[in-house]
Design a binder for this molecule. Structure first.
Ligand code: SAH
Length: 364
């Protein structure tokens, strides 16, 4: 009993402290000034965080002891604990991180010819409810703080440091709906993109949404160089509503208007993710033709995803020949299309297979 109370108290103390990685450079400068310190210390701290990647505030040896103590009192330097790090046959690495409140999240590192790409998580669970996806099975537990997203990249980069490699690309396609945690996502983007932060180029970053329309307009107005993807998965409103309940609130015609606004406003193309579900759900030539009618006049790219197996879901995978036929049909209509290479499927790290695990009971 006493132990439980103590633990609870300790937890509350921990929870009160924000992650230092949630502090954007300017915010850190203001915090320092408010605490009677010189603003240039922010750059020094950033170097320790993002270049040296230290594990303790006490390692920040060019700061005064008093400042290190103040930092320790005010912030957490570690909010993620690596529980599992698993490498797939193809080199994909899946990380299971435990958060301070006992929840856990997954992050994946993928190997490509063009570099190492990390797939980050933005929420514990998800409330979007897509009928084919594992991440949404337990609903949404909570949003991640910006720093908890940043720290995923720092942790994975640290794991790569041993072999002298670098995380060069980033996709916000892990657990959660990034546009449902918009402010934290934007803060995360500013920090990892910052040349004094992790310095990952905007053109190397992709954010994907299930289609939260108001946030698509907002994102378009930010006029960033970041790549933008929409999980479309259907050539018409009816099929999309069956696959993705969010389509009932944010209907396909309105979604297309928002996407057009994005393309007009930014001059950038949009990527459509289209999962191919077998048994004729959305994978027939007629669906490809209908899709071409829907998006043909847009500056876009289609990424076909052979659907991944999720035990709780009963979707079947489209046969290879049918996938190629779908691709050919789109190509004939002049649409830019690729088939997503599958990675990490032997360690359940592929699209739609990530799940937030409730580990409270297991770990206490
Ligand atoms: N919530 C955002 C970010 C997740 S990205 C979004 O929906 O875009 C993950 C991608 O994998 C999405 O395109 C999602 O629709 C897709 N996906 C989910 N479950 C899948 C499955 N079982 N097989 C293949 N792709 C899946």
């Amino acid at each position: 009993m006493v132990q439980a109370v103590e633990r609870k108290k300790k937890e509350q103390e921990i929870v009160r402290k924000p992650s230092i990685y949630s502090m954007e450079l300017d915010q850190l400068k203001s915090w320092l000034v408010e605490n009677g310190e010189k603003p240039f210390r922010a750059e020094q701290i950033y170097k320790w965080l993002y270049e040296q990647r230290v594990a303790e505030f006490d390692e920040m040896s060019n700061l005064s002891k008093a400042l290190r103590e103040k930092l320790t009192e005010s912030f957490s330097l570690t909010t993620l604990e690596t529980i599992i790090q698993q490498t797939s046959k193809d080199g994909t690495i899946k990380f299971l991180f435990q958060l301070q409140d006992g929840y856990s999240i997954e992050t994946v590192l993928m190997r490509h010819e063009y570099g190492n790409s990390i797939c980050v998580t933005t929420q514990v669970g998800c409330r979007i409810g897509c009928t084919f996806c594992a991440s949404t099975l337990g609903g949404l537990k909570r949003n991640l703080e910006a720093g908890e997203i940043v720290e995923q990249v720092v942790k994975v980069q640290k794991a790569l440091d041993e072999s002298g490699e670098r995380v060069s690309h980033l996709v916000i396609m892990g657990i959660g709906e990034p546009f449902d945690n918009y402010d934290a996502m934007m803060s995360f983007l500013r920090t990892i993109n910052h040349d004094k932060g992790l310095n990952i180029g905007a053109r190397h970053i992709t954010v994907s949404t299930s289609g939260i329309i108001p946030k698509i307009y907002k994102f378009a107005d930010e006029k960033l160089q970041i790549n933008f993807a929409v999980s479309l998965h259907a050539p018409n409103n009816e099929i999309r509503s069956k696959l993705m309940p969010i389509n009932k609130a944010y209907k396909l015609p309105d979604l297309m208007d928002a996407i057009r606004y994005y393309v007009d406003k930014t001059g950038r193309r949009v990527t459509f993710e289209y999962g191919l579900f077998g048994s004729g759900v959305n994978d027939q030539v007629e669906h490809a033709e209908e899709l071409a009618d829907l998006i043909g006049d847009l500056k876009c790219h289609v990424n076909l995803i052979p659907v991944n197996y999720v035990p709780e879901r009963d979707f079947v995978r489209t046969e290879k020949d049918q996938i190629f036929e779908f691709e050919r049909t789109l190509k004939k209509r002049g649409i830019n299309v690729t088939i997503r290479r599958e990675q990490g499927s032997d360690i359940d790290a592929a699209c739609g297979q990530l799940r937030a695990k409730e580990r409270k009971e297991e770990t206490r």
